[in-house]
Design a protein around this ligand. Structure first.
Ligand SMILES: Cc1cc2nc3c(=O)[nH]c(=O)nc-3n(C[C@H](O)[C@H](O)[C@H](O)COP(=O)(O)O)c2cc1C
Length: 328
């Protein structure tokens, strides 16, 4: 099959994150740090009863992103489904809206989602998974990919899963190197990513514990993967792709400290612009800024004094003043 992935080998992908990668966030980060090659919506849960209207699909993706041809091309639409859900109709609706790239979530470890036999649970039920893959594949005309963990309880059927994806017309596999039962414990096991690169003919996207530029280099080198995806590392360092692309030779401590302040400024500036455009109230912008500060200022100073001072801001102006004094 011709390769229809909307990104080239060696790409850096900003992972889908529920509660984080909503439209305004994706737009802001894509403007502040255009070195990311792909963004994704968090998962849209396919309903078991009734059907979504076009409007629901569009607002999950973001109408402004939908209108913006270049960002639309750089954004994956992710769904999460189960045997009982109305997959065919929902996928037909998504297809009719002309999205370039659909991703199926097979990694979500949430108890509630797994109890409904969706997300990572499907990695343990290959007959049902095959049926779902067929339903999606035969109703979506563009690029269709999956995002998985290395197993549900264990990794015994990992190789069978790789074969299944290839047989059913999936076009790339993102692999988070942990089982569902591991949740986020331990280190992601990249040897499974390497194994998939060796065994599968599909492009493999490596994911799990990519925190800095060295990790990106190591992931490419150790696994031979097509591209790399970062989630928590991207939330903490949204300029990670920029560092990797543009600053490889200069990454010493002093440089990073100076540049980091600049990046923080750009990040909050673009976020505020989007939040205002969306009509968010100032108090809600402050809430959002504080939530993101936990990650951004996580290790700015050793004892977390700076992070705590941002988290204690009682007003938007106070937060803003502190941000301003970072640069003076
Ligand atoms: C807050 C949060 C929300 C997430 N939401 C999603 C999601 O909606 N869809 C998905 O496929 N993965 C989701 N993930 C998983 C990440 O995309 C990624 O696979 C995982 O965190 C491992 O990568 P990391 O070590 O770079 O964080 C989420 C992760 C986090 C931390």
């Amino acid at each position: 099959m011709e390769n229809r992935l909307p990104f080239k080998p060696g790409s850096l992908l900003f992972a889908p994150m529920e509660g984080v990668t909503e439209e305004s966030y994706r737009i802001a980060v894509s403007r502040a740090f255009p070195e990311w090659d792909l963004f994704a919506t968090d998962f849209l849960r396919v309903p078991s009863q009734g059907l979504y209207k076009t409007q629901k699909i569009l607002s999950h993706f973001g109408e402004s992103v939908y209108q913006n041809e270049s960002l639309k091309k750089k954004t994956t639409f992710q769904i999460l489904t189960s045997e009982r859900a109305n997959t065919i109709q929902t996928v037909q609706l998504i297809d009719a809206l002309g999205f370039e790239h659909l991703d199926l979530n097979l990694g979500c470890p949430s108890k509630k989602v797994n109890a409904h036999k969706g997300g990572a649970y499907l990695l343990s039920d290959l007959p049902v998974l095959r049926k779902i893959l067929k339903d999606v594949r035969s109703n979506f005309s563009k690029c269709f990919t999956v995002k998985i963990r290395i197993g549900y309880r264990d990794t015994n059927n990992f190789e069978d899963l790789l074969k299944l994806f290839e047989d059913e017309g999936v076009e790339a596999i993102t692999i988070h190197g942990r089982t569902r039962d591991q949740l986020y414990r331990g280190l992601a096991d990249w040897s499974y990513i390497k194994k998939a690169v060796e065994l599968s003919n599909l492009p493999i996207i490596g994911n799990g514990d990519v925190w800095n530029t060295d990790d990106i280099t190591r992931m490419f080198k150790e696994t031979g993967c097509h591209s790399v995806m970062a989630a928590r590392g991207a939330l903490k360092t949204p300029w990670l792709a920029t560092l990797y692309r543009d600053y490889q030779d200069e990454l010493n401590e002093a440089f990073l400290m100076i540049e980091r302040k600049k990046f923080v400024e750009i990040y909050f500036y673009e976020l505020e612009k989007e939040y205002r455009r969306e009509g968010k109230k100032t108090e809600n912008i402050l809430k959002r800024f504080k939530a993101l500060s936990r990650y951004i200022f996580d290790d700015f100073d050793e004892d977390g004094v700076l992070r705590d001072s941002f988290l204690r801001s009682r007003s938007y102006n106070e937060f803003s003043d502190k941000l301003g004094s970072l640069f003076s």
